[in-house]
Design a protein around this ligand. Sequence first.
Ligand SMILES: C[S@@+](CC[C@H](N)C(=O)[O-])C[C@H]1O[C@@H](n2cnc3c(N)ncnc32)[C@H](O)[C@@H]1O
Length: 240
Amino acid sequence: MSDDYSNVASLYDFLQREFPVEKLVAFIFRYFGRKGFRPKSVLDIGCGTGSFVVELCKKGLRCSGLDASQEMISVARKKSKDVNFFTGDMADFLLKDKVDLVTAISSPLYMGNFDKSRRASCFSSVFKNLNTPGYFVFDILNFGNFESCLAKKSRKFPITSKFEHEGVSYNTSIDYANPDKISLKIFKSEGNSLVLEQVYERSDADVLKRELLAAGFSDVYVTINKMGVHKDYLVFAAKP
Ligand SMILES: C[S@@+](CC[C@H](N)C(=O)[O-])C[C@H]1O[C@@H](n2cnc3c(N)ncnc32)[C@H](O)[C@@H]1O
């Protein structure tokens, strides 16, 4: 299995080209406005190629981005000199200076390598590195994907498609290992070599809320983000 994004670092922005970054930032800040919360610093965990945190920079925040993949970070660094990008593990990190806001976008929390205990460890790291008051905001992809696929049980899996990027052609395959797991695979067409396999688990808003409360967060608000291609959970958790 290959869930290392290093293999797709040069491809990632193309794959995410329809992601509504600006709309998502505006939505998050409308929520903060209602709460009277004005963050001055942010850490984006699992920041990937940095598109989301670079957008946050436009709000005047002191920005940093952490990702496990050196290759993703290298692409991100080319986008902005104003963001402090560094490699690390979002399930276990310690910042020199705490931040007002931690974000995790495009579901790095629910990828194959995040089981319940890694998630707990991530929530605890985020909590420790937040100022008071502070917020943790993250999305959980594929909520809508699951619903629409379950509604189409008759559909034949895997669902396959093809795309081309910079003269290289790729095949994708989406499959359902069981009703609670979606696996997305991307292969280079030539040689059929696997470049990414990502497993997304079905998520449950009530379970998430319990886990966040157990980590010390309060005022946990889970909403459905309808801005992207699929409906996703968007979670706000406060450190009061
Ligand atoms: C789907 S991408 C999301 C990237 C970015 N947040 C965005 O919105 O486009 C998931 C990212 O999480 C990173 N990641 C996965 N596990 C990680 C971990 N334990 N610590 C830090 N980053 C991790 C991957 O390297 C990848 O860049």
